[in-house]
Each structure stands twice: as C-alpha cells, then as structure tokens.
Design a protein around this ligand. Sequence first.
Ligand code: SF4
Length: 334
Amino acid sequence: MTKTILTGLRPTGNLHLGHYFGAAHNWVKLQNDYDFYLEIADVQALTDNFDNPDKVRKNVYEITLDLLSIGINPEKVNLFIQSKIPEIAELTVFFSNLVTVSRLQRNPTVKNEIAQKKELFGNNGESITYGFLGYPVSQAADITAFDGEIIPVGDDQLPLLEQCREIVRKFNSIYGDTFKEPEQVLSESTRIKGLDGNEKMGKSLGNAIYLVDDEETIKKKVMGAITDPNKIKKDDPANPEVCMVYYYHKLVNSGENIKTVCSECKNGTRGCVQCKRELIDKLNEFLNPIREKRKYYEEQPELVQKILDDGTNKAKERAKEQMEKVRKAMKIDY
Ligand code: SF4
C-alpha cells in the first residue's frame, strides 16, 4: 500500500528561494511516490498572526498559486486548508491532555521561535499565548488526523516530530493502538542564505528572492547583493566563497559555468557587475517557467478554488474516518 505523507506551510507570505530549495522542490519529487497531503496551515499561521487575519486569508491564495506554479500536481496531491478540517481542532483538544506545559516550553523549536518573536511574546516569552505554546500539539494532530507515516522535515523541525511521536505513544498506550508513529524523511534540501549573507532567508529580514519577483525586482535585489568586500577594482582577485552572488550562481547556474565564475573571480578576470548580470539572467531563466505556470492559474481563479475544494474534501473524508477510530478508542463514540 502507498504510504501517506503529510507536510504543510503557514500562509504568512509568498514562497521564496529558501522555501523552494529548502523543502518545496523536494515535495514535487515526493508527490509521485506517496499518498500526499499538503496542508495550508492557516490555523497555525493565526497563532502568531491572530491580530492580522487579512494577511493569513490573502496568503492562503498566494501560497496555493506558488505551490501550483512550482509543479505541485493537484492530481497527485491533496492540497487542503487546515481550518476547513475541524477534526484537526478536535484532535488537538484530546492531545492537549497528553502533553505537559513544561515539555512544550522545553521544545527547542518552540524555544527558538519564542526568542525570535520578542515583540509579540516579550523578552523572556512572558507574554506567550496558550495557542502558540501549543502549536506542536496541533501539528501532531495535523499529522495523525491523516495517519501520516512519512513527514519531510528539516533538522530544525525534528523536535516537533519527536513531540508528535511522544503524543502518539502516549495515546496508544492509554487508549490502545490507534495511530502509526510517523517517521521523518530528511530532505536532500539545504537551508538557503539570504542575499545579505544571513544564514536564513526571510521576509522579516528583507533578504529574500521570491518566486513571484519580476525581472526588475530581481535586478534590483541582485545588484545590491553582498560580494567579497576586499575586491575594490574590477581586476582584483577575490574569494567567491564569501560572495553571495557566487552562492546563488551555485543554486541556479550549470556546473561548467559555476567553475568558470569561481576561477575567473579568483584570478581577477571577472568584474562583479558582469557577474551579477549573468546571475540575473540565470535567475530569470530559472523563474520563467514558474512565472508562466503561475500566470496560467492566476487567470483561472475558479480552477484554483476547485483544486482547494477537491483537496480539502478528500482530506476531510480521511480525517473523518480517523476521528471515528479515535472517539471509539477514547470511549466517546456516543
Ligand atoms: Fe562575487 Fe562574482 Fe565579484 Fe567574485 S566576481 S566577488 S563571485 S560577484
């Protein structure tokens, strides 16, 4: 039997190259081999955007267009909206009895995120909400509502999956074997640095290249990218390994061209402006098919709505069956 895979993303902004090379390109490969559920996690997005529902609403549609434009095939993937599956919320409530507050506070991924959201949750997380602290519980419900067996995660997400496994083990030990323990599939993907050299690409950091960026925007962003600060004149030899332009050449250029960029940079026969122009061309070559596909879907909003409705209906059927099992196991199947 085909195994079930579940993954998702928060609709808080468009996809950028960090999302694409960090995870999403891998989903396009995985969609051929699994029963694939791809969740647009609007409920989870609201945990730290509860005061901005318009942003979440708008990005549900934007993210759907992004996913379709990179090659997510709605014939193979059940693309669904989290809030349309109330069974997930119900399961979250049942799971919340199986997790201690201190265990959630110790979860390294949660700790990290609280530290990054000081404006919202205070310097020491003193204003943390019950909803945000509990999002790993809701994530465990996302996975188990579909009996997700394979979960594609980056290593920074592993503590969330471990938390889900703990919940599954506890549930099964109290109420009897109900859920499969999910396994991770670590993607071949890498974390992508921002144009400014920051280890992480992100909207709030202002260092991202988005899949929706047009040619003019790409030009502006690449022209401002960080290069080797020791290269002053065009023919100064430089170190490509400290240059973000070279870093992005390695993502979107071909093997031979990358070698040429590297050697010409090192021996001082390549100027940064020319190097950036070549990168702009390569980025546009990479983005053009994505732009075309996006345009195709943008022009057919009814089709996009139908894809979301169909995916959500299939997900709902599966979650409904699963919840019948859960209620029976918990003796609340009145
Ligand atoms: Fe970077 Fe290219 Fe300039 Fe070398 S020549 S420092 S790789 S932009």
